[in-house]
Design a protein around this ligand. Structure first.
Ligand code: SF4
Length: 494
């Protein structure tokens, strides 16, 4: 469910909330699932879970707080997850306090139905979950978690369909919003995406194409880690059911054109993943090229805010001819050590994560490339660090348009009033951050970089870009009920 965050080491980024992974037809499936989850760790670091099935021991599960590497590498734990089919989920909690993230909120969820059990792992957000939950509770459902995803299990339980895939279709026809789901029964691995295909899901093959296993994953980088081949993306609105006879595809939802999340291209997905047949790195590099064309500046050095700003900074450097350097180094080992920091450590803020290389930036005019500006707080601190290191000027170039609207499709976003771009013009943001210049890539430029040759228009591939444009492809009905105003509504009310 949508909740607003307060993280101790908030780096002022939108955060993807989940990654899903599943495998069938391999020995010790749990080990493959754990590796896949490890590769998807960037999509959620607070908790993870695995469910497997073996004829001898039935369904077995393990749900843990923390990183995959800290939990699912224990031989003793992995031995409790036998079988040749399994699914996993990594989760980013949208709440700040550990107590608010109960272990019962950690997926995959499991339900025992009249014709056998099923487990599901969900990436996305159901935008009418609260209304469905109220209705189900009135009709007698007893919820175990506070997660929107649990609605799907209860709706499946109420379906009159005989088999699990059909129950799941019934359930998913009731929900609105974004979902990429990996599910399993005793004998089937199931993958399904909402009609708009907002969140990613790919199908892969492992261990030879004749008698190997099958894999479903949020991203292709998790196929690479287990040596699986990408077969294709699960299509928007498609359900794939995989068993010993192979893959059966159906399209249970009304057809509509894809509205894949364009922020996956900018920030969420790993740069070594493939989206829409193209490497994410290549798209991000091209964003930098477009940005250099749209917003040139006279400067001495292009530096990224690592890591996600790096490919765009390289693209900016290539196009502008301004030399590139890693003027900021990121500490990759921000683990759980400081998860509940003392006030003194908390005040060190961004310095715990990022450090400026004085020798590179001193005396120079710096173009600093970042992926996004959300609240602007971290941008201010980074600018300050660069100036303290002796830089002459700082010019911010942002690889996404101004983030002026919250996401309701599975990404953790501050409420609209806290988004800098919802409150200020570009010039005001420049002054607030305190830099010589601040420029964002245009939506057209972003679309061109993502492969739409003529920019954003009706003829180009469509994306969800609601956090930039305020044009939500699915109305966020729970939030509207709570008073959220869509674009144009607040002006109309005045
Ligand atoms: S609102 Fe933004 S982050 Fe959310 S799905 Fe759409 S493009 Fe992605």
């Amino acid at each position: 469910m949508q909740q607003w965050p307060s993280h101790p080491f908030d780096d002022d980024k939108l955060k993807e909330e989940c990654g899903v992974f599943g495998v069938i037809g391999v020995q010790d499936a749990a080990n493959f699932v754990a590796l896949g989850m490890h590769a998807l760790q960037h999509r959620g670091q607070e908790a993870g879970g695995i469910i497997t099935y073996s004829p001898e021991q039935g369904f077995q599960s393990a749900h843990r707080f923390g990183l995959v590497r800290d939990n699912f590498t224990s031989a003793r734990l992995m031995e409790t997850l036998p079988g040749s089919i399994g699914i996993g989920h990594v989760r980013y909690s949208t709440t700040g306090s550990k107590g608010a993230t109960a272990i019962r909120d950690v997926q995959p969820f499991f339900g025992e139905f009249s014709k056998g059990g099923a487990a599901i792992a969900h990436n996305g957000n159901i935008t009418n979950a609260e209304a469905i939950r109220r209705e189900l509770i009135e009709r007698g459902s007893i919820f175990q978690s506070s997660s929107d995803s649990e609605c799907i299990v209860h709706l499946m339980a109420r379906s009159i369909q005989k088999n699990i895939p059909d129950r799941m279709k019934d359930a998913l026809r009731r929900v609105e919003g974004a979902f990429s789901i990996v599910a399993m029964t005793r004998t089937k691995l199931i993958g399904v995406r909402d009609a708009l295909g907002v969140r990613p899901l790919v199908l892969g093959r492992i261990g030879g194409h004749q008698d190997g296993g099958w894999v479903l994953s949020s991203e292709t980088c998790a196929l690479d880690i287990i040596g699986a081949d990408l077969i294709r993306e699960v299509e928007p609105g498609e359900m794939v059911v995989i068993d010993r006879d192979g893959v059966t595809s159906s399209h249970p939802f009304d057809r509509s054109s894809s509205r894949f999340c364009i922020f996956e291209q900018v920030y969420f997905s790993r740069p070594d993943s493939i989206l829409g047949g193209r490497s994410v790195y290549e798209t991000r590099h091209q964003i930098g090229v477009e940005l250099a064309r749209e917003a040139p500046v006279d400067a001495d050095l292009v530096c990224p805010v690592p890591d996600s700003g790096t490919p765009a900074a390289i693209g900016y450097s290539h196009e502008s001819g301004i030399p590139f350097a890693m003027g900021i180094t990121r500490n990759q080992y921000m683990g759980r050590t400081f998860i509940e920091p003392s006030e003194q450590i908390r005040n060190m803020g961004v310095r715990l994560k990022l450090n400026v290389n004085r020798a590179l930036v001193a005396g120079k005019r710096i173009v600093l490339v970042d992926d996004s500006v959300v609240r602007g707080t971290t941008s201010q601190k980074i600018k300050q660090m660069i100036l303290e290191a002796g830089a002459q000027e700082v010019h911010f170039r942002i690889a996404s348009p101004p983030t002026a609207w919250p996401c309701f499709y599975g990404v953790d976003t501050p409420e609209r009033a806290k988004l800098l771009a919802a409150r200020m013009t570009e010039d005001e943001m420049r002054d607030y951050i305190g830099v010589e210049s601040l420029k964002f890539i245009s939506l057209d430029g972003l679309y061109r970089a993502a492969g739409a040759r003529d920019g954003r228009n009706a003829a180009c591939p469509q994306f969800c870009d609601a956090c930039f444009s305020g044009e939500y492809p699915v109305a966020p009905s729970d939030m509207i009920e709570k008073g959220f105003q869509l674009k144009g509504q607040s002006e109309a009310a005045e």
